[in-house]
Design a protein around this ligand. Structure first.
Ligand code: ZN
Length: 243
């Protein structure tokens, strides 16, 4: 009797596995927009994981939308991770790049301007670009303007996008699960780019957010000049000092 029960459980377990595998296979995406090199053992197999950057420096002081920059050129609000509904994501998923442009409106001398939908992290020597957090590869292909482009779905409405890459790890495919900090490609200037940099975007619930300032811990958020706490305490209400 016990043996029958065991085989029944085993059969059910096997059936469960098969159906899960089928659904995973059906979810695999299909073709790429551009031809890709054959997947072979390559540099990505032995590349170092993403380093933890404790500081982010501005590449130059004339960069736009850099935010608060300290005397050493450091972004004073910078923390290595942003807190998102999908967990912690790297703010600077590069190998030691500096910030050449921040998020938001970029004006031009002639008037007007346009929105910059991410941050630009530059390193003239290139270097690896890492997965900002765990997720699934949505795209790893060529996009006009963006050049070699990767998009990751981190779940819970959070996505990250990586543009202008010189190359993408040929073993990387849409549908792949990717671990946080995995090297995915190398920085370049493909698409509309005037220098070697990563254009890095973070989307939360379909909105592009500032990768440098989104999800900062409260102690790093800029304190507004106006009083937003409890009402100020009037001096005369304080008790007289003890004589
Ligand atoms: Zn950019």
């Amino acid at each position: 009797m016990r043996r029958i029960a065991f085989s029944l459980i085993a059969a059910l377990a096997l059936a469960g596995c098969a159906s899960v595998e089928d659904s995973v296979l059906r979810g695999q995406p299909q073709a790429y927009a551009q031809p890709r090199p054959a997947p072979t053992p390559n540099i990505y197999m032995s590349a170092l994981r993403a380093p933890l950057h404790s500081e982010l420096f501005a590449c130059n002081t004339w960069g736009s939308n850099l935010g608060l920059i300290g005397q050493r050129g450091e972004a004073t609000n910078y923390t290595p991770y942003m807190e998102t509904p999908a967990g912690s994501l790297l703010r600077n998923p590069t190998e030691g790049a500096c910030m050449s442009s921040g998020f938001g409106w970029r004006g031009v001398a002639s008037g007007g301007g346009r929105q910059h939908s991410g941050v630009d992290l530059a390193n003239p020597n290139g270097g690896y670009v890492y997965a900002a957090g765990e997720g699934w590869i949505v795209s790893a292909d060529w996009r006009s303007g963006f050049g070699n482009f990767i998009e990751i779905d981190h779940g819970r409405g959070v996505r990250t996008r990586y543009a202008h890459l010189a190359e993408i790890d040929p073993n990387l495919h849409p549908g792949d699960r990717i671990a946080a900090g995995t090297p995915m490609g190398r920085m370049g200037m493909t698409g509309n780019a005037t220098g070697v940099h990563l254009h890095y975007e973070v989307m939360v619930d379909g909105l592009l957010v500032d990768p440098l300032n989104y999800g900062l811990p409260p102690q790093y958020q800029t304190t507004p000049v106006t009083q937003t706490f409890d009402e100020p305490i009037a001096m005369e209400s304080l008790p007289d000092p003890v004589q």
